[in-house]
Design a protein around this ligand. Sequence first.
Ligand code: G16
Ligand code: MG
Length: 214
Amino acid sequence: KIKACIFDLDGVIVDTAVYHYEAWRRLANQLGFDFTEEQNEQLKGISRIESLKIILNWGTVAKTDEEMQELATLKNTWYVEMIKKMTPSDILPGAKEFLEAVRANKYLTALGSASKNSEMILKQIGLMHLFDALVDGNKVTKSKPNPEVFLVGAKELNVNPGECVVFEDAIAGVQAAKAGNMKAVGIGEAAILNEADLVVKGLFEMTIEKLENL
Ligand code: G16
Ligand code: MG
């Protein structure tokens, strides 16, 4: 029996990928190269430092660990400037409505995000009050597809992994949910998120009935 819903942030609740892309691109340009929106897809759900390593590899740029920390911090400064301007109008279609519906039906809710900026984003968009637990990049060390972020979420909610459904837009995130013995609802294309138990285009397509039938 399902007792809890765990939501990824970027790509499920908000589209912060566009801001990540803008900030990473600015950094890449400063280092003398560029990368495409298609390449940016590969960074979804991946931690900040792992993302940087992938990007530097695209530009065939070598940096020391210390330099990488500085570059990641610089990118984050630009990214934070952008997310500070976010408002409730940035919430993806149906996300708030579905969160309210699951809570009205007595399911517990948690955030399971790789981002270290998740609290600021939730405050900006006014959705903090709809989560019973927040688990993000500040609490976990292992990147998706490792299930750590979702397992900590289940623990904080005092439920078993088998009683959780994860909502994820990234392949690595769906894999993390399945590795954690949880149900996974993919947000996006069924052909890409084929390991999910159900795929919808966005939370606007989710209903309590679909949740109960998983
Ligand atoms: C998000 C994004 C990733 C980003 C990561 C870390 O993951 O999808 O592209 O690299 O957070 O973000 P930050 O630099 O803010 O710590 P998720 O798990 O919310 O989809
Ligand atoms: Mg995501």
